[in-house]
Design a protein around this ligand. Structure first.
Ligand code: GDP
Ligand code: MG
Length: 398
C-alpha cells in the first residue's frame, strides 16, 4: 500500500513534512450557498429478476397502489409471511458496480460522442463520475453521520471516474452477527412494499405471494453537481400512474416504514436523523415523494403519510441540531473534486481507497489489483473495442 503525498511549493520534497492529503467533513466548512445540481434525467433502466439476473428492461417495475382511504387507516401485518415466504438476496455476493456496468456496456454507443452517429470523439462519459445512488447518499449524509463509516474504491478508466463501495470490517461484522429482530425488521420494510404495489398498472397488491429481495428495478440517471457530471443508478420502489407529471423520475415513489411516533422528542429525532437519509436518497434521483408507513409495536402499519422530498428540510430549518441540504451537497462536491485530483492516472487496475470514520477526515490509500480493483475484464475489454458501425442510411440505389 502506498500513500500519495502532495507536491506543492518550490522547496525540495525532502525538506517539507510529508503531507497526507485528506478531506475534512465538519458541517461548518460546507455551509455556503446551495451548489448547482442539474435536474436529474433518466437515461434508461434495467431489472434484476428472482435469480438476480440482469434484464435491460422495466420488467421489475411495480405500480403504486395505496389502500382506499378509510377512517381506520390501513392494518398491514408486516410480519405475515416471515420467514416462510421470504427469499432474501445472498448478501455474501459483493456485486460492486457490475449491473450498472452491464447497462453502460450495452448503451455506450449512446453516451460516447457529441452525437450518436459517427462522431465518436471524447464524449460526455469521459468527464463523468459513475456510481450507485446509494454511494452518493452516504456522501451527502457524511457531515452529519455519527455512527457508520464508509470506504469507497475509485478508479479512472477512459477518463471516467468510477466509485464503488467497499464493505468496512465493522459493517461486515454487523452483517454476520445481525440479530434475529433486525433480520425481521428488514423483511418488514420489503413486506410494506408488497402491500403498497401492484405488478400491473391499475392492478391490486398481492400480499399472499413471496417477498424476494433479489428482484429490483433500477433507474439510470444523469445529473451534474457543480462542475461534476454524474451518471448513477438507484433502485426505485414503484411508479405512480396518477402522478401529476408522469415522466420518470417524477412519477417514481419511494416507500419507507418507521416506528409510530407519540412524543415530540420522538418526532424531533425522526426529523434530525431519518428524514436526512430519506431526503438524500430521493433528492439525488429527483424522486418527488416518499410515502411512509408508521408501524406499531405489534408490527402493523397503522397510518400512512406522504413526505414531499422538497419539503423535508422544513422540519429541521429552525432546529440548531438539524441538517442542511447545502452542507450535504457542498461536501459531496468537495469530495468529487478531491477524488478527481487524487485519481489522476487512467488505469482500471489502480485503485484509490477513500476511507472515513465519524469524527475524522476522509483519508486515501493506493492499491493495485486484488482485492480492491473492481472494474471487471469483461467491462474493460468491451469498452476498449471499437463500437460496431451504426446502421447505414440506405441510399436510393441500395
Ligand atoms: P440504496 O439507495 O442504498 O437503496 O441503493 P441503490 O438504490 O443505489 O442500489 C444500488 C444497487 O444495490 C441495487 O442493485 C440494489 O438492489 C442494491 N442494494 C440495495 N441495498 C443494498 C444493500 O443493503 N446491500 C447490497 N449489497 N446491495 C444493495
Ligand atoms: Mg424503499
Amino acid at each position: 500500500m502506498k500513500s500519495r503525498g502532495t507536491k506543492k511549493g518550490d522547496e525540495p520534497l525532502s525538506k517539507r513534512p510529508h503531507l497526507e492529503p485528506s478531506l475534512p467533513t465538519d458541517p461548518a466548512l460546507y455551509s455556503g450557498p446551495f451548489p448547482f445540481y442539474r435536474l436529474p434525467s433518466q437515461l434508461g433502466c434495467f431489472s434484476l429478476d428472482e435469480q438476480r439476473q440482469y434484464h435491460g428492461d422495466a420488467r421489475a417495475l411495480r405500480y403504486y397502489s395505496p389502500p382506499p382511504t378509510s377512517s381506520q387507516g390501513p392494518n398491514f401485518d408486516l410480519r405475515d409471511g416471515y420467514p416462510d415466504r421470504y427469499q432474501p438476496r445472498d448478501e455474501t455476493v459483493q456485486e460492486k458496480l457490475d449491473h450498472l456496468l452491464h447497462w453502460l456496456m450495452e448503451h455506450r454507443g449512446q453516451l460516447e460522442g457529441p452525437s450518436n452517429f459517427s462522431l465518436r470523439g471524447p464524449g460526455w462519459l469521459a468527464g463523468a463520475t459513475v456510481t450507485w445512488r446509494g454511494h452518493l447518499t452516504k456522501l451527502l449524509t457524511t457531515p452529519y453521520e455519527r455512527q457508520e463509516g464508509w470506504q469507497l474504491a475509485a478508479s479512472r478508466f477512459q477518463g471516467t471516474l468510477y466509485l464503488s463501495e467497499v464493505e468496512t470490517p465493522a459493517a461486515r461484522a454487523q452483517r454476520l452477527s445481525r440479530p434475529p429482530h433486525l433480520r425481521e425488521l428488514m423483511y418488514m420494510g420489503y413486506k410494506f412494499e408488497q402491500y403498497m404495489c401492484a405488478d400491473k398498472p391499475g392492478g391490486s397488491p398481492d400480499p399472499s405471494g413471496e417477498v424476494n429481495t433479489n428482484v429490483a428495478f433500477c433507474s439510470v440517471l444523469r445529473s451534474r453537481l457543480g462542475n461534476h457530471p454524474l451518471l448513477f443508478s438507484g433502485e426505485v420502489d414503484c411508479t405512480d400512474s396518477k402522478a401529476p407529471s408522469p415522466e420518470p423520475p417524477t412519477c417514481y415513489v419511494e416507500l419507507k416504514t418507521s416506528k409510530e411516533m407519540h412524543s415530540l422528542g420522538q418526532k424531533r429525532s425522526f426529523y434530525r436523523y431519518k428524514l436526512l437519509k430519506w431526503w438524500a436518497q430521493s433528492f439525488l434521483p429527483g424522486v418527488p415523494n416518499v410515502v411512509a408507513g408508521f408501524r406499531n409495536p405489534e408490527g402493523f402499519i397503522s397510518s400512512l403519510k406522504t413526505f414531499p422530498t422538497m419539503k423535508m428540510f422544513e422540519y429541521v430549518r429552525n432546529d440548531r441540531e438539524g441538517w442542511n441540504p447545502s452542507v450535504c451537497m457542498n461536501f459531496c462536491a468537495a469530495f468529487l473534486t478531491f477524488a478527481h485530483n487524487t485519481v489522476v492516472q487512467d488505469d482500471p487496475r489502480l485503485v484509490y481507497l477513500f476511507s472515513w470514520e465519524p469524527g475524522g477526515p476522509v483519508t486515501v490509500s493506493e492499491h493495485r489489483d486484488a482485492p480492491y480493483a473492481f472494474l471487471p475484464t469483461w467491462y474493460v475489454d468491451a469498452m476498449s473495442q471499437d463500437l460496431p458501425s451504426p446502421p447505414k442510411t440506405p441510399s436510393p440505389k441500395d
